[in-house]
Write a protein that binds this ligand. Structure first.
Ligand code: HAM
Length: 423
C-alpha cells in the first residue's frame, strides 16, 4: 500500500523550504518596523465564529469549510482565514482596554479551504496577515496597504497592481443594496441558484459570482461609489490622499467587492500582472471591517487588515524570474582518515556545534575523497582534515575553501580558529 498527499496540499522540502523561511523572516522584520506584534491563534475554532465573522452567504462558509464534530459533539472548523479568530481573541482578551491603541497584530500560519485545487489555489495554504484594531484614521488604511506593498517590492516584484474600492458605511451599503435588488430582481431567474438566494440575503455577493460573471446585467450594475454618503466619500478620498503621499500608485475599481462579508469602507487587492502568472491573479486581499468586533461580542471597534498567501507570492516571484538571495552554507566539514581520527572528529564536530558553528562529518564510512565531495555539496566554507598521524601530533589541517589556503592548527585551538575565521 502506498500513500499520497491529500489533494490541494503540498510538502515543502529542503531546497524549497529556505524560500519560505526567507519570506517569513522578511515579513516578521517588516512587522517589527511597522510595529505590528505577532499573535498565534488555534488552527481550529468553533464553527459559529466563522458563520458570524466571515458571513453565512459567502462561498467560504457555504462551500469551503473543513467542518467536523469533535468527540464532545461540538462543531469545529479548521480556520479558513485569520481575521475572525484574531477578532475573537481581541475580544476574549479585552485588548480594546489596552493603553496602546490601535492594537496592531500579525500572523503567519496555515489556513484551510475546500476549494477546487489549481495553480495558486490550495486546500491548505499559508497566510501572512495583519490586523489593526481600534483606529478610524484613514492613515492606518494607507499603512496597512503600504506594508503589503513593501513586502512584495522588497522582494523585487515589479508587475503589481493595487486596486482599491470603498464599500461605504452601513447607510451607504443599505442604499446600494436596494439599488442592486432593483437592478437584478426582474431577471434574477437567469442567474445561478446561489445568486437567487443572494438577491435578498446579500445582493452584493452577486457581483462576486464566478458563474454569472459574464451576464449582461453585471456590467451595468449600480456602482457602490455612486451610493457613498458624505462621510464615506470623505473617508475614501483621505485614504487615496495618503496613498498618493506615500508614493503608492493604485487604481479605483468600483467592482471590487471581496469575498467575505465583514468589509466596509476601504477594500483592496494586490494583483500580479506578470505574464504567464495564471488565471488567479490576486496576491493579497484586505480591507476595513468596522462592524466585526461588535458582531463577535466586543465593543464597537474599527479594524482593518489584509492577508496574502506565501504560495501565491512564490508563484509571482517565479513569474517575474526572481530568485531569492538564499544562503545555504556550512561553516566547517571535518573529514577523518583512520579509525582513531574518526572518534576524535565526532568530538570536534560536537564542539564546533556547541560554539555556534554549523558543522558536519561523515556517517557513511566514506573514503576521504567522497567526504570531500560531500563537503563540497554542502557548500562548506572550511574543510578540516584529521588523520591518525595528525591526531598523534595533536594538530589538524584546516582549508579555506574560497581561497584554497591551508593552515595547520593545534587541536586545542581548532574550534576557536574556525570561529575567528568565520567572522
Ligand atoms: P481572502 O481574500 O479570502 O481574505 O484571502 C487573502 C489571500 O489569501 C488571497 O489574496 C490569497 O493570496 C490567499 N488565498 C486565499 N485562498 C487561497 C487558496 N485556496 N490557496 C492559496 N492562497 C489563497 C482573507 O482571508 C481575509 N481574512 C483578509 C483580511 C485580513 N481582511 C482583513 N484582514
Amino acid at each position: 500500500m502506498s500513500f499520497q498527499i491529500p489533494r490541494g496540499t503540498q510538502d515543502i522540502l529542503p531546497g524549497e523550504v529556505e524560500k519560505w523561511q526567507y519570506i517569513e523572516q522578511l515579513a516578521r522584520d517588516l512587522c517589527r518596523r511597522y510595529n505590528y506584534q505577532e499573535i498565534r491563534t488555534p488552527m481550529f475554532e468553533h464553527t459559529e465564529l466563522f458563520l458570524r465573522g466571515v458571513g453565512d452567504t459567502t462561498d467560504i462558509v457555504q462551500k469551503e469549510m473543513y467542518t467536523f464534530e469533535d468527540r464532545g459533539g461540538r462543531s469545529i472548523t479548521l480556520r479558513p482565514e485569520g481575521t475572525a479568530a484574531v477578532v475573537r481573541s481581541f475580544v476574549e482578551h479585552k485588548m480594546y482596554g489596552q493603553p496602546n491603541q490601535p492594537v496592531k497584530l500579525y500572523y503567519i500560519g496555515p489556513m484551510f479551504r475546500y476549494e477546487r485545487p489549481q495553480a495558486g489555489r490550495f486546500r491548505q495554504f499559508v497566510q501572512f496577515g495583519v490586523e489593526a484594531l481600534g483606529s478610524n484614521d484613514p492613515a492606518i488604511d494607507a499603512e496597512v496597504i503600504a506594508l503589503a506593498m513593501d513586502l512584495y517590492q522588497s522582494l523585487g516584484l515589479k508587475k503589481l497592481k493595487l486596486v482599491i474600492n470603498s464599500l461605504g458605511d452601513v447607510e451607504s451599503r443599505k442604499a446600494h443594496r436596494q439599488a442592486l435588488i432593483d437592478h437584478f430582481k426582474e431577471r434574477i431567474g437567469e442567474f445561478c441558484a446561489d445568486c437567487q438566494t443572494r438577491l435578498e440575503k446579500n445582493p452584493m455577493r452577486i457581483l462576486d459570482c464566478k458563474k454569472d460573471r459574464d451576464h449582461e446585467l453585471m456590467a451595468t450594475a449600480p456602482s457602490i461609489l455612486d451610493y457613498l454618503n458624505e462621510s464615506s466619500r470623505t473617508y475614501f478620498a483621505k485614504v487615496q490622499t495618503y496613498l498618493t503621499k506615500l508614493g503608492i500608485s493604485f487604481e479605483v475599481d468600483p467592482r471590487l467587492v471581496r469575498g467575505l462579508d465583514y468589509y466596509n469602507h476601504t477594500a483592496f487587492e494586490i494583483m500580479s500582472e506578470a505574464e504567464g502568472f495564471g488565471a488567479i491573479t490576486t496576491l493579497c486581499g484586505g480591507g476595513r471591517y468596522n462592524g466585526l468586533v461588535q458582531e463577535i461580542g466586543g465593543p464597537e471597534t474599527p479594524g482593518i487588515g489584509f492577508a496574502l498567501s506565501i504560495e501565491r507570492l512564490l508563484a509571482a516571484l517565479q513569474a517575474e524570474g526572481i530568485s531569492l538571495p538564499l544562503e545555504t552554507t556550512l561553516g566547517c566539514y571535518v573529514v577523518s582518515l583512520g579509525e582513531k581520527a574518526k572518534e576524535e572528529v565526532t568530538v570536534l564536530v560536537h564542539a564546533l556545534r556547541q560554539a555556534g558553528i554549523a558543522a558536519e562529518k561523515d556517517y557513511q564510512d566514506r573514503k576521504v575523497k567522497a567526504q570531500l565531495k560531500a563537503a563540497d555539496r554542502l557548500n562548506a566554507q572550511y574543510v578540516a582534515i584529521l588523520g591518525d598521524d595528525e591526531l598523534e601530533k595533536q594538530v589538524i589541517n584546516v582549508k579555506n575553501m574560497q581561497t584554497g589556503e591551508q593552515t595547520e592548527v593545534s587541536l586545542a585551538s581548532f574550534v576557536e580558529y574556525v570561529k575567528q575565521a568565520l567572522v
